[in-house]
Design a protein around this ligand. Sequence first.
Ligand code: HEC
Ligand code: HEC
Length: 446
Amino acid sequence: MKISFVRKAGILGASVGLLAGCSLGSEDDPATATSTSAITLGGHLPGISDADFNIARDNFLLVEAIADGVGPVMNEFSCGACHTNGAIGGAGEQIERRFGRVANGVFNNLPNAGGSLRQLMTVGSFINEDGVRCNVPLEREPANATVRNVGRLVTPLFGLGLVDAMPDAFFTQLANAEPADVRGIVRTTRVLLPNPNDPAQTLSTNRVARFGWKDVISNLTTFGADAYVNEMGITTQHCFRGTSITTFSTESAPNGIPQPAGCDDLAEDAPEGVPVGTDDAVGACAPGQTELQGDIQNFNTFMTFLAPPERDLGDLAAITRGAPVFNQVGCNGCHVTTTFRTPNPSPNGVPGGFAFNPFSDFLVHDMGRLGDMIGDDGDSVAVTRRMRTAPLWGIRFRNHLLHDGRTSDIATAIGEHDGQAVTAARAFAALSAADKHNLIQFVRSL
Ligand code: HEC
Ligand code: HEC
């Protein structure tokens, strides 16, 4: 359900310039990193008013119902129900489930059986507007799946608008600078829903994927629309430069079983010129019209301006000793200590020239046994082992770690590293107790 929110033209592409004192670290000595731009966790970057940010956040928190289009199958009723840890927009407690099948060394995400995401809820039994009783079944893992019940933990969204602002070339340079044995792979995916504020984004062109545990999505706008349909079952339609975008207009079919007409949810009929079953639509696109559906616009605004976590230098003695150990054992091969700086002016309204340190290269790496073995249709088994380097900023606000949330303990999480990260994991295991402690305190400070 749309909360109306009109962005002021003034903040589109606004460049606020370099924030005073926001030098968040340097390549050589991450322990000296400080942040003086005191933004409370869950607060917003400069470039948007409190009121506008709050409207966007309210939409992220809005609990939707079957009459708003939730279902037929879903995982939750609001974005805010999952992204909760530390502040709204954080990581969370939910662990979603995926499945797939490997045959002859090739991954198949079983789309005809509703894969690879197995939604955990259904709208169940209800009477639709034609008076028909609908019974939407719960999704089940198909018997022919060979990759089973894979967990996917909710990731935090703090600071991701800054990451979204980075140009593709930045990630390619990061990859080229990495030691060959740990070097990440730049993954590109098509922009399915361009951010209208960013003139460089066009429909269906490739962009470096940087979001999700496996780098499946290349901008926050697309992630919002994808999450709306896959997590909540709310389908949307948009206009981009006169073209109608219906990629997110198709309701999920539980285990691939189409539901009888009018049995996906109780949302009103879509306007003319929009696929039947679309829950929230902009309508037929006039020539040149660019308009995101209102909720997706608000999710995008909230995520774009959601501030990055601040560092916590409380245990300064241990942090100062731990920083060089982090580099010595090779953690920085993937969790790079490089300072990122947004282009000036920035393409999406976040401050231009803004320095930040996510401690990730946002590239995918072969993680050996830690890889979750989920992929796109046709991927080789080797490709399914690839995972995005998890950003380490704000890790102290987390309750669960690794893609399936299997541990809450940082040392255990390091011990699970395999594949390209096995050398670093072994080097960590060989450290003295004091060095281990200091390294972990450093990680907890990020
Ligand atoms: C049922 C819980 C749940 C709900 C509801 C939910 N998410 Fe998420 N979110 C997740 C999980 C799990 C992931 C990790 C997904 C993956 O990579 O497979 C995630 C990841 C993300 C990411 C990628 C962040 C990164 O680390 O790159 C974005 C962006 C996001 N969600 C936005 C949203 C928005 C917007 C909504 C509301 C439309 C939403 N989410 C609703 C569970 C949820
Ligand atoms: C070859 C690249 C690589 C190296 C080297 C590496 N990591 Fe990671 N790290 C990853 C990837 C990829 C993930 C996500 C893995 C997953 O959950 O499947 C990860 C996850 C983590 C997590 C969990 C974060 C979360 O969000 O759940 C921590 C903590 C961590 N790494 C710390 C370290 C430390 C400390 C070192 C050095 C001892 C290190 N890593 C070395 C790639 C690497």
